[in-house]
Design a protein around this ligand. Structure first.
Ligand SMILES: NC(=O)c1ccc[n+]([C@@H]2O[C@H](COP(=O)([O-])OP(=O)(O)OC[C@H]3O[C@@H](n4cnc5c(N)ncnc54)[C@H](OP(=O)(O)O)[C@@H]3O)[C@@H](O)[C@H]2O)c1
Length: 263
């Protein structure tokens, strides 16, 4: 019998690339979303919210695998806890697959300023630990920043007359490549913490911004700022990078050209 797979965050940037692949693989696909929506063929939508817990019991009933992608810029530890508690209460024992971020274990979020600048990293680490200590069979993949996210960032900053960037570097990866790896892990056996996945090249934030401005014909000064705090220093030192796990896929330049040709 086909496995029932719940995807949280199945409506997001990453999730919407994962769901067609899982459908092709022939699983019974269930997607959790805060917004009730009509179900397209082959997907069951369950309305629920990992912040409030509403609808989560229904979403996990009878599942064999849970691919947990739902996330925001903070509070992912809480969301993971809500999910795991609902799974435990439902008496099911699914393989729990989680998407985290490269650096979650390396960026020390200790002071008040760290919590302001790097709350996201702390919440991803908290969620990793909830998954790892859940008592369920689990798999966690840490990925670097997606092309789509960095495009949103550079295009938003590029509207400013003077463009501020941080002294950070990024190793952008094609979102579809992360989706494909996650599907492989979701259909496979629980593997614990697997090898990280990162994009093929590393760029300074300034290089990413300049490439966008140049490609869109904008002439703006770009200046680099340092972010205060220990966490930001660790980030600036490359804590969010994984050069030893660089995937050989689509580069930022290829992504940018295709993205701008499509808009
Ligand atoms: N973007 C990156 O560069 C990057 C890098 C590494 C790891 N990640 C991780 O990858 C995951 C997906 O990222 P993404 O860029 O695809 O995110 P996204 O486009 O912002 O999508 C977020 C998803 O989370 C769901 N969600 C948010 N809050 C929820 C809540 N309270 N209850 C239930 N669902 C909720 C949303 O569903 P509805 O709106 O339909 O409710 C949506 O499907 C996140 O966990 C993120 O931390 C991202």
């Amino acid at each position: 019998m086909a496995k029932t797979v719940l995807v949280t965050g199945g409506t997001g940037t990453l999730g919407s690339l994962v769901t067609p692949l899982l459908r092709e693989a022939g699983v019974n696909l269930r997607v959790l979303s805060r917004t009730a929506r009509a179900a397209p063929y082959g997907i069951e939508y369950v309305a629920g919210d990992l912040q409030t817990g509403a609808g989560i019991a229904e979403s996990v009933a009878g599942v064999d695998t849970v691919l947990h992608l739902a996330g925001t810029t903070k509070g992912d530890g809480e969301k993971a806890r809500t999910l795991v508690e609902a799974i435990q209460a439902a008496g099911v024992f699914p393989h729990l697959v989680y998407i985290s971020v490269v650096g979650a274990d390396r960026i020390p979020v200790e002071s008040a300023i760290d919590r302001q600048t790097m709350a996201y990293m702390a919440s991803k680490r908290e969620a990793e630990l909830v998954v790892e200590n859940s008592g369920l069979p689990w798999t966690t993949l840490r990925a670097t920043q997606f092309h789509d996210l960095l495009f949103t960032m550079v295009s938003a900053l590029g509207r400013m007359p003077l463009v501020p960037v941080f002294d950070f570097r990024f190793q952008p990866i094609e979102t579809a490549e992360v989706a494909a790896r996650l599907v492989e892990l979701t259909l496979g056996e629980p593997a614990g913490l697997v090898d990280e996945i990162g994009g093929p090249r590393i760029y300074t934030m300034k290089e990413l911004e300049r490439s966008y401005l140049e490609a869109t014909g904008r002439h703006r000064p770009v200046f680099t700022m340092k972010v205060p705090g220990k966490a930001a220093r660790a980030y600036a030192a490359g804590g969010n990078l994984t050069p030893e796990h660089a995937a050989g896929g689509r580069t930022w330049e290829e992504f940018l050209a295709a993205k701008l040709a499509a808009v």
